[in-house]
Design a protein around this ligand. Sequence first.
Ligand code: GLU
Length: 369
Amino acid sequence: MPRRELLRNVRRIVVKIGSSLITEEGVISNRKLLRLVRDIAGILRKGYEVVVVSSGAISAGCGALKKDRRLMSIPEKQAAAAIGQILLMNAYRACFKREGFEIGQILLTEDDVKHRRRFLNSRHTMNTLIEMGVVPVVNENDSVVVKEIKFGDNDTLSAHVTNIVQADLLILLSDIDGFYMDLADPYPVEEIYKIDEGLIARAGGSGSVHGTGGMITKLRAADIIIKSGEKMIIANGNIMGVLGRIMKGEKIGTIFVGKGNSLKGKKRWIAFSASTRGFLTIDDGAVRALVERKKSLLATGVVSFEGRFDLGDAVEIRSPGGISIGKGIVNYSSEELEKIKEKKTGEIRAILGETFFEEVINRDDLILY
Ligand code: GLU
């Protein structure tokens, strides 16, 4: 399909910039950065809204400390990020200022994405910056997170940022030209509509054509974007004017295309961001009500559950056979659910009084796999 056609309705774009594109021997290269910033400014002037996700804090910090990243402990890397993030932002600010734009820094952690309120708060902040004509520049808040609660890579972070700001397109710029099926093939694949195990194996499994150079994280980001119904492009950021050319419709890199009937709003957050606090096992009747009749989950269908949760927390939903069939936001705490599971509406009223919700999980707060 012509690219122009695929990108016709794109208005808001997240551009992810990899460290290698903006550093030279561990130091931020103003020359390299300015070239990319000019490209971004070019599409901003065309009327696109842009959010930048940039790596480079740890690299820049290591450069300033004259330390080899590979020899550093985790706290040292976190310290390097604290030092380097300032250098990174100063460099972005100077470059964007030359182009007439102000920038705003947003540092996120995985926790910010998992909590619905923080997710929405960061959306409001970024929307406000965009409305002000300011360019949000996002990075992971590396200094305050440890491995267990880290995105760890900015490919994943940028897919979440795409959901936070409800962007139509994510462009991952790095030093690779796109996704190759085969090394013998001189051109990257033009369009991909689905991420399956075969593609993942090519990206990182044995016989991979990409080595371990981060293609897996790019495909995982693409999976989130495709399932969200949006689009993602992997392109080489060393190509002169790459963003302007992509938006003019040139077939550069690989485009990943999501389906039209996508998950929207809260459901998308439930699917990709919310972390679960336990699971509910439901009976066959409830499975049918959910899957075939598109109904909400009622207390009478909940056979048992595990975990401690509160109203508003996400839980997994399992079939009687223990298969995970979906995920949803509960209207009851685990203590309350203990009292009302397998009970009918009338009985629940008698137990909990008038202030009760009809459903354990409302249809609008639920996604099925
Ligand atoms: N957040 C890291 C940094 O700024 C980079 C992570 C990545 O490159 O994917 O150094």
